[in-house]
Design a protein around this ligand. Structure first.
Ligand SMILES: [Zn+2]
Ligand SMILES: [Zn+2]
Length: 269
């Protein structure tokens, strides 16, 4: 797995975020020769450029949800413009009122965007499911899902392949003192969990109701569910490199399997 964008809410390029990166959520997961992508934040722009240069793209694209910071990269994702490419797009938070195609169409509407969704010439298939369903996108790859606690809904994912399990759990808010049963069920015994760690426990009081969690809650979930590695993710754009270094040090002391996700980081479970 490789991180292309690790920020929450809004991209934050600049000299104070250059080491951890300023792009919003985008994660590449490879299962053998299969490509799975999670979210299309601004990190999807550089990722798409590299993918398009490498050849034909045939990928499954999973969305945690459709807030701007997770879809803004789609109109700039180069493989979506190339006719021979194939993209299966999955979303679990929109039924029954909306569909993924409808929301992307809406985002690429005059006067919000200069060209409509139809300019994307790849073969795109939309799959709207209900968070909690188990998906079998390709032979040998099982994707389990669970609903998360986030305004307008969001979906957590667990990818199982070749005896390994990797979880992608963002955006979600916890309740102080109660571990989220949906998340515990999803991440049980997983090798890696990527987790919404927008805030610290010390900051959290100010942000109750904003739909995000803390790295300390990620540690508690991993400890309870026996997860090996916690990837601290969806960083607050106001947390500069110095703040992230402090979080990395404190997190490692609290849980030896904790790593702070940064652009370019690769993990192999
Ligand atoms: Zn977000
Ligand atoms: Zn969100």
């Amino acid at each position: 797995m490789r991180f292309w964008g690790v920020r929450g809410s809004i991209a934050c390029p600049g000299e104070k975020t250059v080491r951890y990166g300023g792009n919003t959520s985008c994660v590449e997961i490879r299962c053998g020769d299969r490509l799975l992508i999670f979210d299309a934040g601004t990190g999807a722009k550089p990722f798409g450029k590299e993918l398009a240069a490498a050849g034909v793209v045939d990928a499954d694209y999973f969305f945690s949800h459709t807030h701007f910071d997770h879809i803004v990269g789609i109109p700039f994702f180069l493989p979506a413009y190339i006719p021979k490419n194939r993209l299966e797009m999955w979303a679990g938070h929109l039924k029954p009122d909306h569909t993924m195609e409808q929301i992307l169409r809406l985002a690429m509407t005059d006067p919000l965007f200069p060209v409509p969704l139809d300019v994307l010439q790849a073969q795109i298939t939309f799959h709207d499911f209900e968070a909690g369903e188990t998906l079998d996108p390709r032979p040998g790859i099982r994707v389990r899902t669970a609903p998360l606690n986030h305004p307008n809904g969001a979906t957590g994912y667990r990818v199982e392949y070749d005896g390994k399990a990797v979880c992608y759990v963002t955006d979600t808010e916890h309740t102080i003192g109660t571990l989220d049963a949906n998340i515990l069920g999803l991440i049980e015994g997983a090798d890696v969990m990527i987790y919404d760690s927008t805030y610290t426990d010390e900051e959290f009081d100010t942000y109750v109701g904003w739909g995000h969690s803390t790295w300390q809650e990620g540690v508690r979930l991993c400890q309870e569910a026996g997860v090996g590695t916690l990837a601290i993710f969806h960083h607050d754009p106001d947390h500069d490199d110095a703040a992230m270094d402090k979080i990395a040090k404190a997190a490692r002391a609290a849980f030896p399997g904790a790593v702070v996700a940064k652009e370019g980081l690769t993990l192999k479970p």
